[in-house]
Design a protein around this ligand. Structure first.
Ligand SMILES: Cc1ncc(COP(=O)(O)O)c(C=O)c1O
Length: 438
């Protein structure tokens, strides 16, 4: 099949995610031939840099040989057997590694994607309230501008109108509070958000007895446009929650497993959540696989004779999928062994310097900010969706995969990207920006 035929058939048959399909008439989908490291190779021979790690998941890049080896080893044994009343080496070793990430989160529940993990954490929290005869605690609190996925519960606790507006009538309504945003990690607010906190606390007090959980993307809100907020704010929010017997759900789906320079972004605020959701980078984006970590204390509430009706009867066909587990285990092993948290913190400096250079040269970007292997800056003209699409298209033509969100341009590259590729990324981003300036 030649490229034109393939694209035409794609247009006729496929419905792509997060897209107005009419746009595909004028900008045809890129035809992928292969992908390795930080590069995607197209059928026309062009190589493009995956500057957003394929929606934030390819933390060890594409086609990592050790991940491939781990996957093939598992395939030789078995690919998938239901995880109800079965177990095996791989998943037990994975659980050992996951439960070592924090002091108290020593139980692992499995799902398939990030949104499902969020649903599980919401349901578990709510379910504990029935088990503890605290049915008055039915409310969720979430952060303004937060994003937690596309299923109904996850969308309910998200605050991005673009994604939730059409379904507003079907969704439940949490209380949204505003985080104390910082320009950068050296902002005084990062370590001291007292003034902002006092205002927030006054709002929160009225919900102290009716709330089951507060859900946050710790430290940085991805889909909101890579907005970083004060570690002190998160610490105060978590300690307020603990005092009032309210759970903290840390949605570490984007931030977890080294992306921010820590295994969990919660570590920036010394927060131990009651539930941690992980996906994306957990398998370095090889397969849909997610987990919810929680504490023994929560687990014990559900633990009883079956006929007491306390079990958490949530299941997904592919919960604990063995291939995903083998990749997660191999990813965690590599991230730890090769010190990728340290590497992410080194990348922070380099990414920041590169983005700042573009901002200084073009005067088209401001508010450059970075944490770990994430850097972002805002367009001086604010949000222009048409421009975002044009920029992404031009960038792809000249060799980089980027997808600006709202008023923000960002890079979130694989943690093992080379310095030369980063320099190329800087040059090509600059070029694309200058070519399609509005
Ligand atoms: C913070 C956060 N939570 C949840 C999700 C949803 O994950 P998934 O797309 O795997 O359902 C995302 C996806 O971008 C995310 O960034």
């Amino acid at each position: 099949m030649n490229a034109d035929e393939l694209q035409q058939l794609d247009q006729n048959l496929n419905w792509h995610p997060c897209a107005q399909m009419k746009d595909y008439e004028t900008f045809k989908p890129l035809i992928i031939k292969s992908a390795y490291g930080s590069y995607i190779e197209l059928a026309n021979g062009k190589k493009i840099i995956d500057a957003i790690s394929s929606w934030w998941c390819k933390s060890l890049g594409h086609n990592h040989p050790l991940l491939k080896e781990a996957l093939f080893k598992q395939i030789e044994k078995f690919e998938h057997v239901l995880f109800a009343h079965t177990t095996h080496d791989t998943i037990v070793q994975l659980a050992q590694k996951l439960t070592a990430l924090s002091l108290n989160l020593n139980k692992v529940f499995y799902a398939g994607d990030g949104s499902s993990a969020v649903e599980i954490a919401l349901k578990m929290s709510l379910h504990t309230r029935t088990l503890k005869s605290q049915k008055h605690r039915q409310r969720f609190i979430a952060l303004k501008n937060g994003y937690h996925g596309e299923t109904m519960g996850a969308l309910s606790v998200s605050d991005l109108a673009l994604y939730k507006q059409p379904y507003a009538e079907m969704l439940f309504t949490p209380i949204f509070i505003e985080a104390a945003y910082v320009d950068n990690l050296d902002s005084p607010l990062w370590n001291d958000a007292n003034a902002h906190w006092l205002k927030t606390e006054r709002i929160l007090e009225q919900y102290a007895d009716s709330t089951t959980a507060i859900i946050v993307e710790p430290i940085i809100q991805g889909a909101a446009g890579m907005r970083i907020y004060s570690a002190d704010f998160l610490a105060r929010l978590a300690s307020w929650a603990k005092y009032h017997d309210i759970h903290i759900i840390a949605d570490e789906i984007m931030t977890g497993i080294g992306r921010t320079g820590k295994m969990l972004a919660c570590e920036y605020a010394n927060v131990e959540a009651d539930f941690v959701c992980l996906s994306k980078g957990l398998t370095s984006g090889w397969l849909p696989f997610s987990v919810v970590l929680t504490s023994d204390a929560i687990y014990q509430l559900f633990y009883d004779d079956y006929d007491r009706g306390k079990a958490f009867l949530h299941s997904h066909t592919y919960s604990g999928n063995a291939l995903g587990a083998s990749l997660a285990l191999a990813t965690l092993t590599i991230i730890e062994k090769d010190n990728f948290c340290v590497r992410a913190r080194e990348l922070q400096t380099i990414l920041y310097a590169h983005m700042k250079e573009i901002a200084d040269k073009t005067h088209l970007l401001h508010n450059v900010r970075a944490i770990g292997a994430i850097v972002a800056a805002d367009f001086v003209w604010g949000h222009n969706e048409k421009y975002n699409r044009l920029l992404a298209q031009q960038a792809a033509r000249i060799g980089i995969l980027i997808r600006p969100i709202g008023s923000t341009l960002y890079w979130l590259p694989p943690l093992n990207i080379s310095l030369q590729t980063l320099t190329d990324l800087k040059g090509l981003t600059l070029q694309a920006l200058l070519q399609v300036t509005p």
